[in-house]
Design a binder for this molecule. Structure first.
Ligand SMILES: Cc1cc2nc3c(=O)[nH]c(=O)nc-3n(C[C@H](O)[C@H](O)[C@H](O)COP(=O)(O)OP(=O)(O)OC[C@H]3O[C@@H](n4cnc5c(N)ncnc54)[C@H](O)[C@@H]3O)c2cc1C
Length: 367
């Protein structure tokens, strides 16, 4: 065997896993692009989620809460910006306030501290609404530096991190797996005792390549695009916390909300739309501006339509074909499918950035 473990995909999950596993194993991390985090891991809201929304006991809930702790500790150690700006989940009327009850109960079941705040607190913060849940442990993070810290750690521990190398196919061989890769115009074959499929949106293609029936396994992905609009810098500093609606949480995401970044920028988004691909059309449709403004001004009454301009988009690796359906993150060691040592990481939509370090621990446990 050339390596103990080959990890496919240098998004946040592959990177965190490489850092974790390279402490005790020989690791090769393969990425088809020319650097780390060129897909979903650089196209998200950079929110450190608290763990409020997910069903108690689910991997999403557990890995979010644990991942959040690991993230803050790591950022503190490495001097990476990860301010706990907190988050308000705002109810605009009595019906929405009832939904706050459900979220409060769920947060408590997940071990997440939240506080109920009234109109006075919202007014003082310049936010409309009759009531809100205040989540003090929610934050934002410089996600690129966070990801780069895992790459540096993996390399320092002896891992090989190789870019512009795509895994084309994989097969079981005695004692492990043989991978055929396309690397800078050359086709190569390499062997590893274990493989972690952390290929994000490429997960189902790689699963199929090793012979997994993705429909039978429930690994078929249904990509769901989210777009953001930037808010004019003239409003910088108006708000110092994240502001989410409570009303629309049953859709493809948490509802279009106010995002802040560590540089002080403000964005609205992401929305959701199930899309075809790969390949994906990542352009943001400027024609959505009116719809974003109409949703956004409910929470940000000072917002004018002209304040919004198209920002970026990202694609969620969902395992469900439409809104309102729940699937947990999937982490599976595939012995039961005759592939001992092959680990599938699937459906890592939000809160995957927050959860990544905890997912890496789980992958290590599976191996
Ligand atoms: C709109 C949106 C908003 C989000 N907001 C948040 C948020 O605020 N907070 C949060 O915690 N999470 C958020 N997320 C979720 C988070 O971004 C993802 O869960 C996380 O980035 C997934 O990381 P990953 O490593 O699994 O996948 P990716 O980042 O997609 O990495 C997979 C990598 O595998 C590579 N690859 C694929 N196939 C192959 C192959 N055959 N050979 C070699 N390389 C391959 C790809 O090039 C890619 O780089 C959001 C996601 C979206 C889309």
């Amino acid at each position: 065997m050339d390596y103990d473990v080959v990890i496919v995909g240098a998004g946040i999950v592959g990177l965190a896993t490489a850092a974790r596993l390279s402490a005790t194993r020989s690791v090769l991390l393969l990425e088809r692009h020319d650097g780390i985090c060129r897909e979903t891991s650089s196209r998200n809201s950079e929110v450190v989620h608290a763990g409020i929304y997910y069903p108690p006991g689910s991997l999403k809930a557990r890995s979010c809460v644990r991942g959040k702790e690991l993230l803050y500790a790591r950022c503190e150690k490495h001097g990476i910006e990860a301010p706990r700006v907190g988050k308000l989940i705002v109810a605009l009327d009595a019906e929405e306030a009832q939904r706050l009850d459900e979220l409060e109960a769920r947060a408590s079941a997940n071990g997440v501290s939240v506080e109920r705040v009234g109109r006075g607190v919202l007014q003082a913060r310049g936010v409309p609404g009759i009531e809100a849940l205040w989540s003090p442990s929610t934050g934002i993070v410089d996600s690129h530096r966070y990801a780069a810290s895992f790459e540096a750690e993996a390399r320092a521990q002896g891992a090989d991190v190789v870019f512009e190398t795509e895994v084309l196919s994989a097969e079981r061989v005695p004692g492990g797996f043989s991978l055929t890769v396309q690397s800078r115009g050359e086709q190569l074959v390499m062997r590893a005792a274990a493989v972690v499929n952390a290929a994000g949106l490429g997960q189902d293609r790689l699963s199929a390549a090793v012979g997994i029936d993705v429909d039978e396994a429930g690994y078929r992905q249904h990509p769901c695009k989210g777009s953001w609009f930037t808010i004019s810098p003239r409003h910088r500093g108006r708000l110092d916390t994240l502001v989410y609606p409570v009303g629309s949480a049953g859709g493809g995401g948490l509802g279009v909300h106010l995002c802040l970044d560590v540089g002080g920028g403000m964005r609205l988004g992401p929305d959701w739309a199930w899309v075809d691909g790969p390949p994906f059309d990542l352009r943001v449709d400027p024609g959505k501006r009116r719809a974003f403004w109409e949703v956004g001004r409910r929470l940000l009454p000072w917002l004018e339509e002209a304040d919004l301009s198209p920002d970026q988009s990202g694609v969620r690796a969902k395992l469900v074909p439409g809104p309102g359906l729940f699937r947990d993150f999937v982490l599976a060691e595939e012995s039961a499918r005759g592939l001992p040592g092959w680990v599938t990481v699937a459906g890592i939509e939000s809160p995957g950035l927050t959860a990544a370090a905890a997912l890496a621990e789980e992958v290590e446990g599976l191996l």
